[in-house]
Design a protein around this ligand. Sequence first.
Ligand code: GDP
Ligand code: MG
Length: 209
Amino acid sequence: MTSLNGPRMDANIVVLGTDNVGKSALIVRFLTRRFIGEYGDIESLYTHNIVVDGREQTLNIWDTPYSQDLSSESLMCEKRVQWADGFVLVYSICDRSSFNSVSRLLQIIKSTKDFLGFEKMPIVIVGNKRDLHHRRTVLSEEGRLLALSADCQFYEVSAAENYHSVLMVFHGLMDRIRESRVSVKKLAGIKGIVKSMSAVFARRRTDSL
Ligand code: GDP
Ligand code: MG
């Protein structure tokens, strides 16, 4: 489908992280601008239409439950990587183990992506609950370094107190998804040229025999 300003860009986003880090709070804040406080534990798929640069986009956001068991997390990961155009990995700045889980999730996503032969997977790492800085156990620098080492974007936010920073997370990810699509298209274009050139040379070789 095309709009006035070009093709429509729909995107599937998976939100991952251990329990209680504020995954649902972030999503609900982004979609409704509100912070409710309690969200329950249901797995949900949200569909949301937004307009970016004059283009209408549909976002599907998957609020996933976390499994403590790493092997079932790896199993689930294949399904998620196949479905997703991008990931939001969330930890709480007051919960060190949730930060460690984000490192593990990064590794699982990377190996699954490589296994499936996917080129790029845009990922945003989010340190949530910034308003609770007096209880902080994970430094901003640690989050930033982890993101740098994995070529991800990084934000520290407070779903409870700040709508704008949450908006930046999702818009930042969508920008990344858009860029990765352009580079995949370019790569496909280059591969196409290489293919047709090698076909020409192969023909020449057989002609000269
Ligand atoms: P999930 O299990 O990762 O989906 O976490 P929830 O979104 O259900 O949030 C878990 C708890 O943390 C809830 O009591 C929220 O009210 C609270 N919470 C979420 N985000 C923030 C935040 O930015 N600051 C504070 N202080 N509490 C938050
Ligand atoms: Mg939740």
